[in-house]
Ligand binder design. Structure first.
Ligand code: SF4
Length: 278
């Protein structure tokens, strides 16, 4: 009982807002963590900066009340941010109050809002309604086949590639017909040894989805051996403060990244941005 109370008190004291941190994809990014429970996600990616996910689930709930997120936001350095990014300690679309929190922030500021999502819940119309409040929706798509999805993303039971692709395509349809706001749809691909030779298959999926842009990534942050809240925003020097031993991950060489970028450009004609861009 005492332990539970201490944990509750700590959770109230830790801010749901962190940064701003430098994000190559999005600029000076203020992080919003609607999870903090601890790490909770419908994936358990082998490269996740949060380490092994503590709770693998696809059930939505309210983790942090909107009022607390708003208070934390007002106390933060939000005015220094170029973008407000919903990411944090897991999958942001698991938070039932995602749309409500974005609406509250938009009452305070015009700073654009981005969501980094793994796309696993996009078949749910309520989730799609929530993400439509954002200005950029960045959806992870690392796998072009089921085996690769299982090998890299290790999804929750019931999540498979067909589910993910149908959700992304429904979101794309909603974006085309959006009356309120039209967020940019970005597909983000993390290149790992298991998918770096699957460019033709990934290009085929990208041609079906037709996102506004594609972000090519390589694991620049180490994989921590345990859960620690600071991993949600730990870049560069901050990554050294993680209290668990960390494991560096295999990164693409500059040459590999350029080859992949050129090949994807040729096969899709889409706008491609890369973690290796100057
Ligand atoms: S989807 Fe994101 S938060 Fe979830 S396990 Fe993968 S990298 Fe981590």
């Amino acid at each position: 009982m005492l332990k539970e109370n201490i944990e509750k008190t700590e959770k109230v004291q830790i801010s749901s807002i962190y940064g701003p941190v430098d994000s190559w994809r999005l600029g000076k990014s203020l992080g919003v963590d609607l999870i903090m429970d601890p790490s909770t996600c419908s994936f358990n990616c082998t490269y996740c900066q949060l380490g092994f996910i503590q709770k693998i689930t696809k059930d939505r709930k309210i983790f942090i009340p909107t009022e607390k997120v708003k208070e934390d936001f007002l106390k933060s350095n939000w005015k220094d941010a170029e973008i407000i990014t919903f990411s944090g300690s897991g999958e942001p679309t698991l938070a039932l109050n995602l749309g409500e929190v974005i609406k509250e922030m938009k009452k305070i500021t015009n700073i654009p809002v981005g969501i980094l999502t793994n796309g696993t819940l996009l078949n749910d119309p309520d989730v799609r309604k929530d993400v439509l409040y954002a200005d950029i929706v960045s959806v992870k798509l690392d796998a072009s086949d089921e085996d690769t999805l299982q090998a890299i993303n290790r999804p929750a039971t019931g999540v498979n590639l067909d589910v993910i692709l149908s959700g992304i395509k429904k979101l794309k349809e909603d974006l085309v017909g959006a009356y309120r706001n039209t967020p940019i749809l970005q597909i983000q691909i993390m290149f790992m040894p298991q998918n770096k030779n699957k460019i033709d298959d990934l290009a085929k999926l990208l041609n079906e989805i037709k996102p506004d842009e594609v972000a090519l990534n390589t694991p620049t942050r180490p994989y921590p051996g345990g859960w620690d809240i600071i991993t949600r925003g730990a870049h560069g020097e901050d990554a050294k403060k993680i209290k668990y031993p960390t494991k560096p991950l295999v990164q693409l060489t500059h040459e590999e990244a350029k080859d992949i970028e050129n090949k994807l450009k040729e096969l899709t004609r889409l706008k491609i941005i890369s973690v290796y861009d100057e």
